[in-house]
Write a protein that binds this ligand. Structure first.
Ligand code: F6R
Length: 610
């Protein structure tokens, strides 16, 4: 969702800020703006629509200062428009803001009663007025004014602020929304995530909730909302700026699909003990005693991460023999769920910032459950909240539709299952070794599959005009059917439904008619015969079957209109492979339709609101 970039240093700020905003485009937005202090006053340029519109507006009104803030807005309060785009200015104060001011109605009425005239419908403008009033009311500097202004704000926010009267400083604050400070040479930057800052520096300070930071070219000062000076260690990020480039691919999504073998290999690296059939427990944060005495495991996630969690359940139940529930973060936070001290709650989130997931797992933690995060973004909110964090090492994922983070999450979940299985005495050394060896084979088998991407492109031509597509799968491939359908609807805007193949007779079979495309994930495994039965049922009703089948499966030739071949692999690791053609299928359908694949309409990469 919204993105913030700030720059103070020796260079002209506007191009750096626009470049940073471009790297945050993937978060989703509908307007953008920038404020620069040119040494005399604050100049603001804003535009409805994509950054191209902002760049054109800047072409007409170039901004020359060396200090500025910028923003991409994903509308929450007030429709997308130039007036509602950030920065918002009150007096000599300009503010950009991510998050939501929950008490905006009362704050706005109070300000209006005091004579403030609002120029936008946003909650952000309230923050600008509050800071301006604090300065007018005698706050000694901008940092103090921000502190006073925020003292009446409830909700989640990350803000960056400029003041007319302090032409060398940005003040930034965070509470519940991510904000990172990049420490360059004689320059400081701030941003909603590290991707925005990587081309300038890899030394980052992750602000904590309640931090207010004063950034100047010469340094960084951080205080708490209570006024105490705090030290935050800077961390060297091992993501390179090149990782956030398209690298010759037409879209980030295609690049990221092709990066999956590396993302999995990186996620496994240094964590497997192939001599003793085990995984290294250090970061998991679950002691052997806790693993042994576990009562239940809850996997909590949203969207694509929820589909990874559904597969994780199969592994945790079969390899560690512990009851495992999978919950949507957005639903669990609506329930008065009960947890015990011996429950393990695993939050699965690529961004580590999903509001619904945070809400759900915070409640579990408060009731005493142990919390483990599986996340891709270092030091994001969910890992910070958790007792342990197992990071996927997929590198930056820019395409809004998640691909490489999904398969990296699968690798992490399978490692957790093996860890628990070994501690609980369910898996012998040899059994665990067999699982881990199969997992180690996945990157090369995936590469083999990706070598056939062009064939999937030809299959996609049959779906370009489809308005409805059904996806079916059983066991591990039921969540894969859900994920295949989600990918297709997200980026091609076709209506797609994923179903457990065994449920077909209980309803969806009514949909099948001549020519309805039905994608059936049917590799050779323990449920092959049953799924093949579903293929026959679709055929009997003249549906058009697109099958994912194991190489050499002759029976499929007579049944499916199109077959995408999968490498022969142990059942346990098949979902890593069967998802790849479905990602490619969605990608090629959407690309053929000419859609903005990396930034599909209405979607945001990091969903920081309820
Ligand atoms: C779909 C997608 C979303 C996310 C969901 C949760 O392609 O990416 O469904 O999976 O918004 O996000 P994270 O994983 O960041 O918690």
């Amino acid at each position: 969702m919204c993105g913030i970039v700030g720059y103070v240093g020796g260079e002209v700020a506007a191009p750096i800020i626009v470049d940073g905003l471009r790297r945050l485009e993937y978060r989703g937005y509908d307007s953008a703006g920038i404020a620069v202090h040119d040494g005399e006053s604050i100049q603001v340029v804003r535009a409805l629509g994509k950054l191209k519109a902002l760049s054109e507006a800047l072409g007409d009104k170039p901004l020359a200062g060396r200090l500025g803030i910028g923003h991409t807005r994903w509308a929450t309060h007030g429709r997308p428009s130039e007036e509602n785009a950030h920065p918002h200015v009150a007096g000599g104060v300009a503010v950009v803001h991510n998050g939501i001011v929950e008490n905006h109605i009362e704050l706005r009425s109070e300000l209006e009663r005091n004579g403030v005239v609002f120029r936008s419908d946003t909650d952000t403008e309230i923050v600008a007025h509050l800071i301006h009033q604090a300065l007018d009311g005698g706050a000694e500097d901008l940092l103090e004014a921000v502190r006073r202004g925020l003292s009446s704000v409830e909700g989640a926010y990350a803000i960056a602020v400029l003041s007319q009267h302090e032409p060398t400083k940005i003040v930034a604050a965070r509470h519940g929304s991510p904000l990172v400070v990049g420490c360059g040479e004689d320059e400081m930057l701030c941003g909603s995530d590290i991707a925005a800052l990587l081309s300038h520096t890899r030394d980052m300070v992750f602000l904590e909730d309640g931090d207010i930071a004063e950034l100047s070219a010469g340094g960084l000062r951080i205080e708490t909302l209570a006024g105490q000076v705090v030290e935050r260690q800077s961390k060297r990020i091992d993501w390179s700026p090149v990782m956030a480039e398209r690298g010759g691919y037409k879209h980030f999504m295609l690049k990221e699909i092709h990066e999956q073998p590396d993302a999995i290999a990186a996620t496994l690296r240094g964590r497997l003990d192939l001599e003793h059939g085990d995984v290294y427990p250090a970061e998991i944060g679950i002691t052997p005693e806790a693993a042994t005495s576990l009562r239940r495991v809850y996997l909590v996630a949203c969207g694509t991460s929820y589909h990874a969690a559904l597969i994780g359940r199969y592994w945790i139940e079969s390899l560690a023999r512990v009851p495992c529930m999978v919950e949507l973060g957005s639903e669990l936070s609506n329930r008065d769920a009960l947890y015990f001290d011996d429950d393990l709650v695993i939050a699965v989130s690529q961004s580590g910032e999903t509001y619904d997931t945070i809400g759900a797992v915070s409640a579990a933690k408060e009731q005493g459950a142990t919390l483990l995060a599986i996340a891709n973004v270092l030091d994001s909110a969910i890992p910070r909240l958790s007792h342990g964090a197992l990071y996927t090492r997929a590198g930056p994922e820019i395409g809004v539709a998640s691909t490489k983070c999904f398969t990296a999450q699968l690798a992490a979940l399978l490692m957790v299952a093996v860890y628990l299985g070994r501690r609980r005495g369910v898996l012998t050394e040899d059994q665990a070794l067999e699982v881990l060896q199969a997992l180690c084979e996945v990157p090369s088998q995936m590469n083999e599959l990706l070598g056939d991407a062009d064939y999937v492109r030809t299959v996609a031509t049959h779906l370009t005009h489809a308005t409805d597509v059904l996806f079916l799968g059983r066991g591990y491939h039921f969540p894969i059917a859900l994920e295949g359908a989600l990918k297709l609807k997200e980026i091609s805007y076709a209506h797609a439904e994923g179903y457990a193949a065994g449920e077909m007779k209980h309803g969806p079979i009514a949909l099948i008619e001549e020519g309805l495309p039905v994608v059936v994930v049917c590799p050779k495994n323990s449920s092959y015969d049953k799924t093949l039965g579903n293929v026959q049922e679709v055929r009997a009703r003249e549906g058009t079957v697109i099958a994912l089948a194991t190489k050499g499966d002759e029976a499929m030739h007579d049944l499916a209109a199109q077959i995408i071949w999968l490498p022969d692999a142990p059942e346990l690791v098949q979902p890593f492979l069967s998802v790849v053609p479905l990602q490619l299928l969605a990608y090629y359908v959407a690309a053929r339709k000419g859609h903005d694949v990396d930034q599909p309409r209405n979607l945001a990469k990091t969903v920081t609101v309820e």
